[in-house]
Design a binder for this molecule. Structure first.
Ligand code: AMP
Length: 560
């Protein structure tokens, strides 16, 4: 495809080098399909198949293609141009898919705010991305805060922010100047207006955000080509079929859902079933109601469902493949899920920046429980390097994971400092995650470099210890973090959420258990805090930064 007349690269985006673009095209990894090209292909193959179903609405692939054309025309007529950033702030809802593919048609870039983001994050996003539009839930969905009311008026502080869109059952509830989402989707299609748009698939089609509750999120631009490449491979390794019902269990704007569930489903022509409330009961209800087959859950969500007192009241027999990751999945949880539901299990190591490494549904359960498997695509380049980032470590040894390839990002948006720190001159991205590659080719995750607990010079990788603690019957969820110590530098502190029915757990009981399990003495937690609920990040992971703060605040009270 001739892209010589493509618009200039987006300011603040680090483009793929020309030679890599050419190589990925030559090898067939990149086929220059935009997100909406994928939708249009599915819609022409099977227009009547259900693309999206929510509690109140259902859209076929034909409907979705049609409504996104209408919405794209409306966005275009409001002046939204290729390369502009649109902040999405929506729950898991059918409207998300409409907005996502409509933006793709005009070449606009959705910025994936999460429902738990609040005013501070939204202000940061408006400014950092010079957003020209904001789409949020009006009275149709409950998001904890009335974001229409919150944002109304703020636009005067952000001159670029001209278009405000609300998803409303009653459009009269939207303030003056706001656009009603449904009305925009009902606009007449002006083919002429859309035909003139040439969306460059080597340019960003979506802006994911880095996680964490402290510090503001960083923009992770993903091009149409590198993202679609991953949709295809994720669908392939998970074995997604066109009659499957895929349901995002974490917020739909997070890579875990958008890439591994929604992308893989649309690539295949499967149905995406959405449920705005991500509580375990609502998810189990969705599986029963829609015949849910496939999803990605954060490990704590799996624990919540596995330990749920009413789990057996729901029919979950349609589940075929479950993916879990985003945080270390305790082996016990993998084994329980596989045994309970007879599902294929993809234990996944994933990052919004690109890396997706996972076990296959038909791997032996030991591999699924103990490792995160292999990269989803052979074309992915992975290296495990020493902590000086100089040499590859021998097979089986731990080191930092560095990556490069047709499915990975090329740099944070407008963030030269982070990019200089985490990329080398050959385009390798250093992930700050410690992994090892076993002789059988499967990778194991040891944790973030920064979360490694260094006790008197000895490295303790918290996830390995957490796995053993999680085997204690009184433990539902555990996070182990460093607490500062004058003599040893750091010592491990465990925060535990008790299992259903358990009433207490003492440090001595835990230590005895770890002794029985043969865990080295220096790795054992030296302080135990029981919490009714461990703090979670906006995507549902256990929030280690917050726990480190808690451990540091009370460090004086450490038992000797
Ligand atoms: P995110 O920014 O939400 O995409 O999170 C990416 C980070 O989550 C990675 O850099 C890892 O530190 C962590 N992570 C993802 N999957 C796993 C896993 N299976 N085991 C341990 N950590 C993981």
């Amino acid at each position: 495809m001739d892209r010589s007349d493509s618009p200039a690269s987006l300011d603040g985006y680090v483009p793929f080098p020309e030679d890599r673009i050419a190589a990925y095209r030559d090898a067939g990894h990149w086929r220059d399909r935009t997100f909406h090209d994928v939708l249009d292909e599915r819609s022409s193959e099977a227009p009547g198949s259900v693309a999206a179903v929510g509690p109140h609405r259902e859209l076929t692939y034909g409907d979705l293609a049609d409504r996104t054309r209408r919405l794209a025309t409306a966005l275009r007529s409001r002046g939204i141009e290729a390369g502009e950033r649109v902040v999405f702030h929506l729950p898991n809802a059918v409207e998300f898919l409409e907005a996502f593919f409509a933006c793709s048609r005009v070449g606009a870039i959705p910025v994936q705010a999460l429902p738990r983001h609040r005013e501070a994050e939204l202000r940061h996003l408006f400014e950092q991305f010079d957003a020209t539009a904001y789409v949020t839930a009006g009275d149709r969905y409950e998001m904890g805060v009335d974001f229409v009311e919150l944002i109304d008026g703020l636009e005067t502080e952000y001159p670029a922010l001209e278009t405000l869109i609300g998803v409303a059952d009653d459009p009269a509830t939207l303030p003056n100047g706001w656009h009603d989402f449904d009305a925009l989707c009902g606009a007449e299609v002006d083919e002429g207006a859309l035909d003139g748009i040439d969306v460059d698939p080597t340019q960003p089609g979506v802006m994911l955000l880095s996680g964490g509750t402290t510090g503001m999120p960083k923009g992770i631009p993903r091009t149409h080509n590198d993202y679609v490449f991953q949709w295809e491979h994720m669908a392939d390794v998970a074995g997604v079929e066109d009659d499957w019902v895929a349901f995002p269990s974490v917020p739909i704007g997070h890579n875990a859902s958008l890439n591994c569930v929604v992308g893989a489903a649309v690539w295949t022509g499967a149905t995406v079933a959405v449920e705005p409330t991500l509580k375990p009961e609502a998810l189990m209800d969705l599986v029963e109601r829609e015949g849910g087959t496939y999803s990605l859950l954060i490990p704590t969500q799996l624990v919540d469902v596995l330990d749920h007192p009413e789990r057996d009241d729901y029919d979950l027999s349609t589940l075929e493949v479950l993916v879990s990751g985003g945080q270390k999945v305790p082996p016990r949880v993998v084994r329980d899920a596989v045994e309970e539901w007879e599902v294929g299990f993809c234990n996944i190591f994933g990052m919004a920046e690109g890396p997706l490494v996972c076990t296959r549904p038909d791997d032996p359960v030991d591999v699924q429980a103990e490792t995160v498997g292999r990269p989803i695509a052979d074309a992915a380049e992975l290296r495990i390097v020493d902590l000086d980032r100089e040499e590859e470590v021998p097979r089986g040894s731990t080191g930092e994971l560095a990556v490069r390839g047709p499915g990975y990002f090329t740099g944070y948006f407008r963030n030269d400092e982070e990019n200089a720190e985490n990329f080398d001159d050959d385009g390798w991205f250093y992930t700050e995650d410690v992994l090892a590659r076993r002789d059988d080719g499967n990778y194991q995750v040891f944790g973030r470099i920064k979360n490694t607990i260094i006790r008197g010079g000895e490295n303790i990788y918290a996830p390995g210890v957490e796995d053993v603690v999680a085997e204690h019957p009184a433990v539902a969820n555990v996070a182990i973090v460093a607490m500062p110590d004058e003599r040893l530098g750091e010592r491990p502190c465990a925060f535990v959420e008790l299992a259903e029915g358990a009433t207490s757990l003492t440090l001595d009981e835990l230590s005895d258990f770890l002794e029985e399990k043969g865990l080295a003495v220096f790795k054992r937690p030296e302080r135990l805090e029981i919490m009714p609920e461990l703090p979670r990040t906006e995507v549902g992971k256990l929030d280690k930064k917050r726990l480190e703060e808690l451990a540091a605040t009370n460090a004086d009270e450490n038992p000797e």
